[in-house]
Design a protein around this ligand. Structure first.
Ligand SMILES: [Zn+2]
Ligand SMILES: [Zn+2]
Length: 170
């Protein structure tokens, strides 16, 4: 039986990541299980054509981006979406940063990010999106907003999910 021959580089040059089965990706990856076990697949509201988001349920940088410590003794912190991109697509081109096409900063699906320049990233404005949506992409509508002290905000849908996990497990 032949193995797929298209290298990640070719796929990247053709302008996107070829959708592959998540299970196949799981077996091909060199990423630690500790990272995989904290990702769940959820439908994308903004770009359903790109397949589901891989929502991160671990530590964040406090601004809605997932962080993970990798390498020997877990000494190298990096962002989850950068780690999955490097594992499945390849090196992030020098000088470019990864922009979330799905507008969900907690998403680690390598198909949902695109390397762009810093200016392009600012122009597209995920920072702006993050003031109107929670890191999982739920809109901060008046009904879905919990105001916290010190100007912090929380999303009711996410808050409810966290409570459910805390009381009933998964
Ligand atoms: Zn996504
Ligand atoms: Zn939310």
């Amino acid at each position: 039986m032949s193995v797929a021959t298209d290298s990640p580089r070719d796929v990247c040059a053709s302008g996107g990541v070829t959708p592959r089965n998540e299970v196949v990706m799981l077996f091909e990856t060199t990423l630690p299980l500790g990272l995989w076990s904290r990702l769940t697949s959820e439908p994308s509201e903004y770009r359903p054509d790109l397949g589901p988001c891989w929502i991160w349920h671990g530590a964040t940088n406090g601004k809605g981006y997932g962080k993970f410590r990798i390498g020997p003794w877990g000494v190298s912190p990096d962002y989850v979406y950068r780690l999955t991109y490097k594992a499945f697509v390849g090196a992030i081109p020098a000088g470019l940063i990864l922009d979330h096409l799905c507008r969900v900063s907690l998403c680690g699906n390598p198909r949902h990010v695109e390397p762009v320049t810093q200016q392009e990233n600012c122009r597209r404005g995920l920072q702006g999106v993050l003031t109107t949506h929670c890191p999982r992409g739920h809109a901060y509508s008046p009904e879905n907003l919990i105001a916290r002290p010190a100007g912090k905000r929380d999303c009711k849908i996410c808050h409810r999910d966290r409570m459910r996990v805390r009381h009933h497990g998964r």
